[in-house]
Design a protein around this ligand. Structure first.
Ligand code: UDP
Ligand code: MG
Length: 313
C-alpha cells in the first residue's frame, strides 16, 4: 500500500481550517480502513506566512493527532511557492502526493477516483472542474478567458485544471529538476510527462472566508504563466516588424507616385519614406534581438531536456 501525503497551502484560512481538518480526517481514516492507502499517510498544511491564527491551529491539529503535520514558511511567498515547498519537503517520505486548496472548493471525494487511476499505473492524475456553476460570473469569465489565451499562446495547460492533482514520488523527483523561480505549476507538470489521466469533479463554493486571489494577484499569475512558458509575445514583435517593412515599401511607392503627380510639398516624400523605412527596420531589429533574448531565457531556465520513462537492457 502506498503512503499518501495530502499537501495544503494555507494563507489566512483560520475560518475554514477546522472543517477542512474534520473532513480530511474522515476521508483518510476511511481510506486507511479500506486498505486503499498506508496507515502512515499524512495531511500536511503549509502555512504561507498567514497573519491570522492559521499556524496556531495547525500546531494544535498536530498536537491532537499525528495524522496532521505542518510546515511554516518564514513569510508569505504566494500559493505556488507554498505548494512547491510542501511538495518538495514531503517527497522523500511519500509515495504519492495530492495537492489541494484549503477552502474545500476541491471535492475531497475525487481522491477515491484519483487513487483508482493511480492503481491503473498513472503517475499524474489531474483534477478538472466539470463546471463552474458555483463560481461568480466574474471568476468564471476571467478563468475561461485565461485558459483560452494560454492555449492561444501555445502553453500546454489542461483546461479547467487548477492545482488539485495527484503526483507520484517519481514525478516529484523529476519535477525537482525544474529550477525556475517564476513558478506556474500547472504548466510544468504536463511537461514532465508520464502516464496521466483526468478526474472530473464539481467545484464547490468556498466553505468560508474569502478568496485569497484578488484581481491583481490573478493578473500577475496569468502574466507569469504566459511569460514563463511562451516566447510568442516576442515573435509578435518580429512579425509586426516584417509587416511594417512590407507596408513601408507600399508607402514608398505611393509617395513616389504622388511626387511625380506633382501634388507634394518640397521634402515631404523624403521625410515620409524615411519614417516608414526606419520604423520598419527598427521594429524588425527589435524582433531579432527579442529572438535571442528568448533563447537566453530558455537556456537560463535550464529545464531538463528529456526524462527517461523506461530503460530496457
Ligand atoms: N494561498 C496561499 N498563499 C497566497 C494565496 C493563497 O497559500 O498568497 C492558498 C489559499 O490558502 C488556498 C489556495 O492558495 O488554500 C487557493 O486560494 P483561494 O482559494 O483563495 O483562490 P481561488 O479559489 O479564489 O482562486
Ligand atoms: Mg479557492
Amino acid at each position: 500500500m502506498e503512503k499518501l501525503y495530502v499537501v495544503i497551502p494555507c494563507y489566512n484560512e483560520e475560518e475554514v481550517l477546522e472543517e477542512t481538518k474534520r473532513r480530511l480526517k474522515e476521508k483518510i481514516s476511511t481510506l486507511i480502513k479500506n486498505k486503499r492507502i498506508s496507515k502512515e499517510s499524512k495531511v500536511v498544511f503549509v502555512n504561507d506566512g498567514s497573519k491570522d491564527k492559521t499556524w496556531d491551529l495547525i500546531c494544535s491539529f498536530h498536537q491532537e493527532d499525528r495524522l496532521f503535520e505542518g510546515i511554516n514558511l518564514s513569510r508569505n511567498r504566494g500559493h505556488q511557492n507554498a505548494l512547491v515547498a510542501g511538495l518538495l519537503t514531503v517527497r522523500d517520505d511519500a509515495d504519492i502526493v495530492i495537492s489541494m486548496d484549503a477552502d474545500l472548493q476541491d471535492d475531497i471525494d475525487a481522491i477515491d477516483e484519483m487513487l483508482d487511476k493511480r492503481k491503473d499505473g498513472c503517475e499524474i492524475v489531474y483534477g478538472v472542474r466539470s463546471s463552474r456553476k458555483k463560481d461568480s460570473f466574474f471568476k468564471r469569465f476571467t478563468a475561461q478567458a485565461f485558459y483560452r489565451f494560454m492555449s492561444m499562446m501555445g502553453v500546454d495547460v489542461i483546461y479547467n485544471h487548477a492545482d488539485y492533482r495527484l503526483t507520484s514520488k517519481r514525478v516529484l523527483n523529476e519535477f525537482a529538476n525544474y529550477k525556475e523561480v517564476n513558478l506556474f505549476l500547472r504548466g510544468i507538470f504536463p511537461l514532465v510527462g508520464f502516464k496521466s489521466d483526468i478526474v472530473y469533479y464539481e467545484r464547490a463554493e468556498r466553505f468560508a472566508g474569502e478568496s485569497k486571489y484578488p484581481l491583481k494577484k490573478m493578473l500577475n499569475f496569468a502574466w507569469d504563466g504566459i511569460t514563463s512558458f511562451s516566447v510568442k509575445p516576442i515573435r509578435l514583435v518580429l512579425n509586426l516588424g516584417i509587416l511594417i517593412l512590407i507596408l513601408s515599401v507600399c508607402m514608398i511607392i505611393y509617395c513616389i507616385i504622388r511626387k511625380f503627380g506633382g501634388k507634394t510639398v518640397e521634402g515631404w516624400t523624403f521625410i515620409v519614406c524615411s519614417l516608414w523605412l526606419l520604423g520598419g527596420v527598427q521594429m524588425l531589429s527589435l524582433g531579432v534581438i527579442g529572438e535571442y533574448i528568448g533563447k537566453i531565457y530558455s537556456e537560463t531556465k535550464a529545464r531538463p531536456r528529456y526524462i527517461i520513462q523506461e530503460y530496457l537492457k
